[in-house]
Ligand binder design. Structure first.
Ligand code: A3D
Length: 324
């Protein structure tokens, strides 16, 4: 059976790590595309020359032409500007919407059967745009944000409780911005609610428990910005790449994983016509199911605020892209 073909559009920080992870896990042959001449060829040559040491059998190719992504099974999009310190993700809207327009046209022409995973920010607007331009079925076009935001939330919980992060399950829903909604109530360590473990740790002091939980939620919401500030130039790239690879594996290996994914909603959670982060089942068909959780009044309120913010962003994008 022929190897799968994975195209990475954008050969910057995340694109480079994605290429290496695809190779290390032998997910398929890799094409790394960028508009910068030669750079993606340099990165893929560098990674390929480690194949003897790391022991992988996949082909890696750099590209400056969309024709090279022809027939890809999966396309991951990271093309666009990242944040600089002090910028919000939404500040990237105008520039990245224009870039996404070109990228989506290229995917539509050369990889019409591909699954597409968008990472470029502002995420919810960019993936909405990508699906509209490609016209691909929405189960094949999705955004990566919830896997990363949830991984961050899980890390903070594990560090606070002194337990392995492998046993932590926590989910973040909503838009990938300041209004994202970490779902505290369902966060657990191998089935034991995090609230219960915090209560034990702080000997029933519920004020302290709420304070610690709120601090973890706020750190999750600001986690991307925390890394941007420390890096001084650019944004997180290792953890976003790992998170997208988990989604690619779920699709290519038909794992039916239940993950928070940025998906096109058609009435679920009261949203219609744009993308937002919700739990889905991810398998060989792409988004095979959208799970509607029974949220309480507070969670519903917060998710609505987040969805409204995404809707506003999509409206702003439409204005930016409207012909003058
Ligand atoms: P960076 O290292 O700048 O790479 C972006 C690449 O895109 C550069 O190599 C550019 O040359 C390339 N590029 C620019 N225009 C085009 C074009 N028209 N066609 C093809 N390639 C182009 O950024 P990065 O890899 O650090 O981040 C990429 C994107 O991911 C940014 O928009 C970030 O904000 C975003 N990001 C999202 C998350 C999420 O969780 C959703 C996390 C971190 C970063």
């Amino acid at each position: 059976m022929a190897r799968k073909k994975i195209a990475l559009i954008g050969g910057g920080q995340i694109g480079g790590v994605l290429a290496q992870l695809c190779a290390l896990r032998e997910l398929g042959d890799v094409v790394l595309f960028d508009i910068v001449q030669n750079m993606p060829m340099g990165k893929t040559l560098d990674i390929a020359e480690a194949s003897r040491v790391d022991g992988f059998d996949v082909e890696l190719k750099g590209a400056n032409e969309y024709a090279d992504i022809k027939g890809s099974d999966v396309v991951i999009v990271t093309a666009g500007l990242p944040r600089k310190p002090g910028m919000s993700r939404d500040d990237l809207l105008a520039t990245n919407a224009k870039i996404m327009t070109q990228v989506a046209e290229g995917i539509k022409q050369y990889a019409p059967n591909a699954f597409v995973i968008v990472i470029s920010n502002p995420l919810d607007a960019m993936v909405t745009l990508c699906q509209r331009i490609t016209g691909f079925p929405s189960k094949r076009v999705m955004g990566m944000a919830g896997v990363l935001d949830s991984a961050r939330f899980s890390s903070f919980i594990a560090w606070e409780l002194g337990v392995s992060v492998k046993d932590v399950n926590a989910m973040v829903l909503g838009g990938h911005g300041d209004t994202m909604v970490p779902i505290k109530r369902f966060a657990n360590v191998n089935g034991i609610p995090v609230y219960e473990l915090l209560k034990k740790k702080y000997k029933g002091d519920m004020t302290k428990v709420e304070e610690v939980m709120t601090a973890m939620v706020e750190r999750t919401k600001g986690a991307g910005g925390e890394v941007v500030k420390l890096l001084g130039n650019g944004s997180a790239f290792y953890s976003p790449a790992s998170s997208a690879i988990a989604m690619v594996e779920a699709i290519l290996r038909d794992q039916k994983r239940l993950l928070p994914v940025c998906a096109l909603l058609n009435g679920e959670y009261g949203v219609k016509g744009f993308y937002v982060g919700v739990p889905v089942v991810l398998g060989a068909e792409g988004i095979e199911q959208i799970i509607e959780m029974d949220l309480d009044a507070e969670e519903t309120k917060l998710l609505k605020i987040s969805c409204d913010a995404v809707e506003e962003l999509v409206g702003a994008m439409d204005k930016v892209l409207a012909p003058a």
